[in-house]
Design a protein around this ligand. Sequence first.
Ligand SMILES: Nc1nc2c(ncn2[C@@H]2O[C@H](COP(=O)(O)OP(=O)(O)O)[C@@H](O)[C@H]2O)c(=O)[nH]1
Ligand SMILES: [Mg+2]
Length: 222
Amino acid sequence: MSDGKNPAAKRNPSNSLAPLAKYKLVFLGDQSVGKTSIITRFMYDNFDRHYQATIGIDFLSKTMYLEDRTVRLQLWDTAGQERFRSLIPSYIRDSSVAVVVYDVANRASFLNTTKWIEDVRAERGNDVVICLVGNKTDLGNDKRQVSTEEGEERARKDGLLFMECSAKAGYNVKSLFRKLATALPGSTDSAANGSSQQTSNVVDIKLSAAPANVDEAKSCDC
Ligand SMILES: Nc1nc2c(ncn2[C@@H]2O[C@H](COP(=O)(O)OP(=O)(O)O)[C@@H](O)[C@H]2O)c(=O)[nH]1
Ligand SMILES: [Mg+2]
């Protein structure tokens, strides 16, 4: 009682005075792999989307309350169409995290992640967390064109985080963001280098069961 410090404050003594840390997360990948659906699932726990971000680029914000600090995530959705591709580098430029999505039932979208990852590396070098995400696992094994092992192997070779999920089924979407949050630069468990995989001793992030005023999503209703 006497010193009034809790363990979280000890880990991050400036926590209470520090301005809210903002992180930009960009979502990249071919058209129709499910980028907008993953964001929609995370923001609203919904699959029927509230917003449609397929023309140009749009972002939504969400505050996440971590054990030792609070962060503000800016989720930048992108359109994968070639005609918007020239815009992509400027959006990648000041990002902390790049989420490169493919569709596990579409091999071409997996192969194309190479290009998206090259774009990210060209802009950010190693100063970024890249997560490779295979979406649409709900489609089942008969539709699958990319195995989990192949995705994992690719991520391992390139020093990327990896996750499979289904925006439709709501499978692993929260886990994806939990993984991203623990890898953010400056977080307790991340190294300065974003490709660090040392996330075993993770903090408990309360993404679910949040009170109604926790989440904010402003850019969809305007
Ligand atoms: N079966 C299935 N379909 C999905 C999933 N995620 C997205 N889709 C569908 O795939 C299509 C493209 O999704 P969208 O989020 O617009 O992809 P984007 O172009 O990458 O933003 C839509 O018809 C979605 O309903 C998923 O996890 N499973
Ligand atoms: Mg979209």
